[in-house]
Design a protein around this ligand. Sequence first.
Ligand code: ADP
Ligand code: MG
Length: 239
Amino acid sequence: MSQVELIDISKSYDKQKSVLDEINLSIEEGEFFVLVGPSGSGKSTLLRMIAGLEEITGGTLKVDKKTVNHLPPKDRNLSMVFQNYALYPHLSVEQNILFGLNAKKVDKKEQRRRLTETAKMMGLDKLLKRKPKELSGGQRQRVALARSVVSEAPLCLMDEPLSNLDAKLRAHMRVEIRRLQKRLGLTMVYVTHDQVEAMTMGDRIMVLNDGKIQQVGKPISLYNEPANLFVASFIGSPK
Ligand code: ADP
Ligand code: MG
């Protein structure tokens, strides 16, 4: 079943020229879907529209078959992990993880249950009382992921979540995020500008350039049958 549907979605900021044009796309339940493209191609704008953080200027966005164009972010039953995953410096790991649940009025007992489960799954159980400054980069990133996981939302949006990490940790976290997504059965929309990340993580990939879809498909199809020169050179097909 398709969980997220974009129908003729377009976007322009302040009556300027459009930054996204006629985006038509259907993302399946439980799929790891990657949006890849160079900087400025419109990836974050698209993700933010799905999250409800950016106004949709044309077209229809459906989640679970319902039109959600005007639904506020908190009612969209999704979680989001940002590029600079800002944790609150004055709050402990535990408080950072639970922050969003307080806003959603999840009761304390349920919060404890989720915290225990999430912390264990993410290997954070020994770090719950620490402050962000007492953590390594990888541990901080894991807290950001935990904050998203603890929401138990079926749809997860990530915008370049690994871009602040060094190469080794990035490779490790790719595997960890994939494992987590599978285990929880999440539908993932994952933004990156990194081809390798896209090719190794995605069930399907959408290549975006200058606000237009270049190709959508499985990694192997993009590699073997690139739709145009842009995709071929971006993905690095042997041509
Ligand atoms: P990406 O995430 O792929 O780097 P963005 O979605 O951030 O791309 O940006 C796409 C285009 O929209 C760029 O040309 C960018 O300058 C423009 N843009 C992004 N945010 C705004 C904004 N708040 N106001 C005006 N233009 C914006
Ligand atoms: Mg971006």
